[in-house]
Design a binder for this molecule. Sequence first.
Ligand code: GLU
Length: 302
Amino acid sequence: MTVGRFAPSPSGRMHLGNLFTALLAWLSVRSQNGKMLLRIEDLDPDRSKREYIDALKDDLQWLGLTYDEEMPLQSTRTARYAEAFSQLPAYPCYCSRNELHVASAPHASDGNLIYAGTCRNLTEDERSAKTRAPAWRVRVPDAEIAFTDGVFGEQRENLAKDCGDFIVRRSDGVYAYQLAVVCDDADGGVTEVVRGCDLLSSTPRQIWLYQTLGLPVPRFYHVPLLVAPDGKRLSKREKSLDMAHLRERFRPEELTGMLAFLAKLVETPAPVRATELIGGFSWSRVGREPIVVDPQDFSEKH
Ligand code: GLU
């Protein structure tokens, strides 16, 4: 059976981009008679807020994007992440942010830094001489990870060359998103992961973690990003496109129609219920190009 998930972070109110991803994830699961899970990604204690958890559940319900089960909060899963962490070839990294910037090269596809391996081979004596609390990185192999994304097609990345040893536990003790999401999706029996294509470049790291931990790898569908007319990402900062504002102006069917139109699932942005889109849903309709959204179109009814 297909098992999919919504995985919103409760660091703000849901916005148009989250809704776009949520609608596609939901349609994919429902069109296969699968099971939909909700996972609140409250991994980062500084950024997560209870009020946003309540609001995002209410927003999903308002749109009719139902889920069958709620997964445990990430903030309750530290012991599980620690157990997975103990199985990884991890080592402590004492580099400061500045040191990383000086020594690392930018990642070709997402601009993140490729770690130079500075702390990879420190001796025990060198480690004990350090005073700063370390982050923990995994020693990645010089090997290519290949997968086929359901939207973006063939992908390959050499972890050592294109990514470098990456962080699985932060210096404040919080386990990294890359590790948490792999444990969570595997333990939830998730078979398909639908998310924004800003996470496409994280996927080779996650696949390597699945393989290293002996966990089954799900299918991946990365959906195009919504961008403003100037090409910049429509971020959470575009307040007029968060759910608090959208719900003041639109009925659920109106918003769903506009989202389905952006996804090229329908010919016109006419009001439609999410359930009415299930029958005609196909991933082949969803393109790869960034989708330009004029915030004006969402600022008033037409
Ligand atoms: N929590 C992430 C977000 O809100 C999604 C992570 C994922 O789907 O793997 O963007």
